[in-house]
Design a protein around this ligand. Structure first.
Ligand code: AMP
Length: 175
């Protein structure tokens, strides 16, 4: 079996979690398998190894896990982006639209420098709203966003349509 097929097989779909109608993609079986964990980090990093990435942004909370490993693999720093009110130091924040209402995410104000080359990571891209808001956060700091790396893209939601036009969107798996 090739790497993509074995990763695909390991992701568990949990119906109606955390609420009815959501098909939740559970990536923990990949995390608990040392071989798959190594393979998934390599697969996420592959298009970006020669891109001079200096910071990887990971989105709360599951984006922290592979995001930090991806940063390590790319010899880059890791920057957590969190829900409003969770980060202890001074922050920059951005509001984004949800299906009903708005939400806000934040990053420490000194986490990204204008000369950074940034990769945005999350485990799953659904509507793309969160990743698009991360672009705004990174862009606000003057840094160059180089692309996006996701473990799984829920293609039927067409989240990539709301991401910055022209930037590479790398999804290891399509769901
Ligand atoms: P988005 O709609 O792309 O802004 O996704 C919002 C957040 O929820 C992201 O961090 C996704 O990783 C997560 N998410 C959305 N849908 C799913 C799903 N079906 N399974 C697992 N995580 C999800």
């Amino acid at each position: 079996m090739d790497i993509v097929a074995s990763l695909e097989q390991a992701v568990r779909t949990i119906p109606d979690f955390p609420k009815p109608g959501i098909q939740f993609k559970d990536i923990t079986p990949i995390l608990s398998d040392p071989v798959l964990l190594n393979q998934v980090v390599e697969a996420l990093a592959a298009p970006f190894v020669n891109e001079g990435i200096t910071k990887v942004i990971g989105i709360e909370a599951r984006g922290f896990i592979l995001g930090a490993m991806l940063a390590h693999r790319l010899n880059a720093g890791f920057v957590p982006v969190r829900k409003y009110g969770k980060l202890p130091y001074e922050t920059v924040s951005v509001e984004y639209e949800l299906e009903y209402g708005t939400d806000a995410i934040e990053m420490h104000i000194d986490a990204i420098d204008p000369d950074d080359r940034v990769l945005i990571h999350d485990d799953v891209i659904a509507t793309g709203g969160t990743a698009a808001a991360c672009y705004d956060l990174a862009h606000h700091s003057g840094a160059e966003v180089v692309g996006y790396a996701f473990l799984m893209e829920l293609a039927f939601l067409n989240g990539r349509a709301v991401l910055k036009e022209g930037l590479p969107v790398h999804s290891v798996l399509m769901g």
